[in-house]
Ligand binder design. Structure first.
Ligand SMILES: Cc1cc2nc3c(=O)[nH]c(=O)nc-3n(C[C@H](O)[C@H](O)[C@H](O)COP(=O)(O)OP(=O)(O)OC[C@H]3O[C@@H](n4cnc5c(N)ncnc54)[C@H](O)[C@@H]3O)c2cc1C
Length: 330
C-alpha cells in the first residue's frame, strides 16, 4: 500500500483533487497560479476526453483569460454565429443570432472539440501532479486532515479533498453516506439521479470543404435538424480542420440512473448501446448535401463515438467538513 502524506500541517494548505476532467484540470490551473499545493487523482489510466465538442462563452472565457489560456482557445476554436433550425426536408424553420455575444458579454461564444480542450488545460500542469489509474473508493476525515483511499490500496492525506469526479461522484457518495448516518442529509439529496434523454455524440474525420460551404466558413453555425417524423433531433457543429462535431438527442421515458450503471457507452466497449442508437438514427437526412446522419456517423472514428445519458439533478449539499464538491458532482 502506498501512503502519501500530501501535507497536512496546519500552516500549509494542501489539496487532493479527485477527478482529472474539465473541472479538476481547470481548478489545477488556478492552483498553479495561486501557488497552492495539490495532486489530482484520476481513475482512467490516461487522459480520456469524450469525442464531442464544448461551447464556451462570456461565463467561462474570462476565467480562461485569467489562466493565460485564452489565445489557445481562440486558435483552436470557431466563433459561433447562428443556431439554424431545419425540418426533415432540411428547409429552414428559424434562426437564433449569436453574433451580438461579444457586444453583450465582452467575449464571443466559441466551440472546440473536447480532446483539444483537455490538451489546452493540461498544457501548464506538471505531469507529476496527475496520478492516473487512481480510483478513489473511500474518504475519511478528522479535525486536521482528510484521507482518500483508492481501489488499488494507495491513500493520500491532505488538508482538504475536492471531488471533481463527475455526475456519479464517489466523493459525493462517501460524503452523503456520512451525512445520512448522522441524520443530516436533506431528503432530496438521497434521491437517485434521473435522466430522460439519451445522446449519441462524435467528431468526424475531415470532410471535403469543396463540397460543403459550411466547412469553409471562419465561423461555426450550429445546424439543428428537428424532424416531426423522428423522436430525436440532430445537431451539427463544424470545427476547425474541416471536422464536424455532431450530437443526436433522443427523448426517452424518464428513468432512474441505477447505481453502477455506465453513464457512457463507447463503441466496441462490450455494450452495443452506441451501435444500437446509431442504427436507430442513421436514416435521417443531414445538413450535408447528399449525406444522411448515418453517412456522417460512418465518417467518424469509432473511438470518438459515445452514447451518454443526460442526467438532471440539483443537489443541495456540496460540502462537509474538509470535503467539497465541484462541477457535475454537485
Ligand atoms: C454531450 C455533452 C455536451 C456538453 N456540452 C457542453 C458545452 O457545450 N458547454 C459546457 O459548458 N458544458 C457542456 N457539457 C457539460 C460538461 O461536459 C460537464 O459539465 C463537465 O464535463 C463537468 O466536468 P467535471 O469535471 O465536473 O466532470 P467530468 O468532466 O465528468 O470529469 C470527471 C472526472 O473524474 C473521473 N472520476 C470519476 N470517478 C472517479 C473516482 N472514483 N476516482 C478518480 N477519478 C474519478 C472521471 O474519469 C473524469 O475524468 C456537455 C456534456 C455532455 C455530456
Amino acid at each position: 500500500m502506498t501512503s502519501t502524506d500530501n501535507g497536512s500541517s496546519a500552516s500549509k494548505l494542501t489539496v487532493t483533487i479527485v477527478g482529472g476532467g474539465i473541472g479538476g484540470l481547470a481548478l489545477a490551473n488556478m492552483f498553479e497560479r495561486a501557488n497552492i499545493e495539490y495532486l489530482i487523482l484520476e481513475k482512467s489510466t490516461s487522459v480520456k476526453a469524450l469525442g464531442s465538442s464544448l461551447g464556451l462563452d462570456a461565463s467561462s472565457l474570462p476565467v480562461m483569460e485569467q489562466l493565460g489560456l485564452l489565445e489557445d482557445f481562440k486558435v483552436a476554436s470557431k466563433p459561433v454565429r447562428h443556431f439554424n433550425f431545419y425540418n426533415e426536408q432540411i428547409q429552414s424553420i428559424g434562426l437564433v443570432d449569436f453574433e451580438c455575444q461579444t457586444e453583450i458579454g465582452g467575449y464571443p461564444a466559441v466551440i472546440l472539440d473536447r480532446p483539444t480542450f483537455y490538451s489546452i488545460l493540461l498544457k501548464k500542469l506538471p505531469k507529476d501532479k496527475i496520478h492516473y489509474g487512481r480510483k478513489v473508493a473511500t474518504i475519511e476525515q478528522d479535525e486536521h486532515s482528510a484521507t482518500v483511499h483508492c481501489a488499488d490500496g494507495s491513500s493520500y492525506t491532505s488538508s482538504i479533498v475536492i471531488g471533481a469526479d463527475g455526475a456519479y461522484s464517489a466523493v459525493r457518495k462517501n460524503m452523503y453516506k456520512d451525512l445520512a448516518e448522522q441524520g443530516r442529509l436533506p431528503p432530496n439529496d438521497a434521491l437517485p439521479l434521473s435522466y430522460d434523454q439519451h445522446c449519441l455524440v462524435g467528431v468526424s474525420k475531415p470532410l471535403d470543404p469543396s463540397k460543403h460551404e459550411m466547412l469553409r466558413r471562419e465561423t461555426c453555425d450550429f445546424e439543428i435538424v428537428i424532424p416531426k417524423s423522428d423522436p430525436f433531433y440532430a445537431i451539427y457543429m463544424p470545427l476547425p480542420g474541416n471536422r464536424v462535431s455532431w450530437a443526436v438527442i433522443h427523448n426517452v421515458e424518464k428513468a432512474e440512473a441505477k447505481s453502477g450503471e455506465a453513464r457512457y457507452s463507447e463503441w466496441g466497449s462490450g455494450s452495443d448501446a452506441s451501435e444500437e442508437m446509431s442504427n436507430f438514427v442513421r436514416h435521417q437526412r443531414s445538413v450535408f448535401e447528399g449525406m444522411t446522419l448515418g453517412d456522417i456517423i460512418d465518417q467518424t472514428p469509432k473511438e470518438l463515438i459515445s452514447r451518454i445519458m443526460l442526467e438532471e439533478k440539483y443537489f443541495e449539499t456540496w460540502y462537509n467538513g474538509r470535503v467539497v464538491l465541484l462541477g457535475d458532482g454537485k
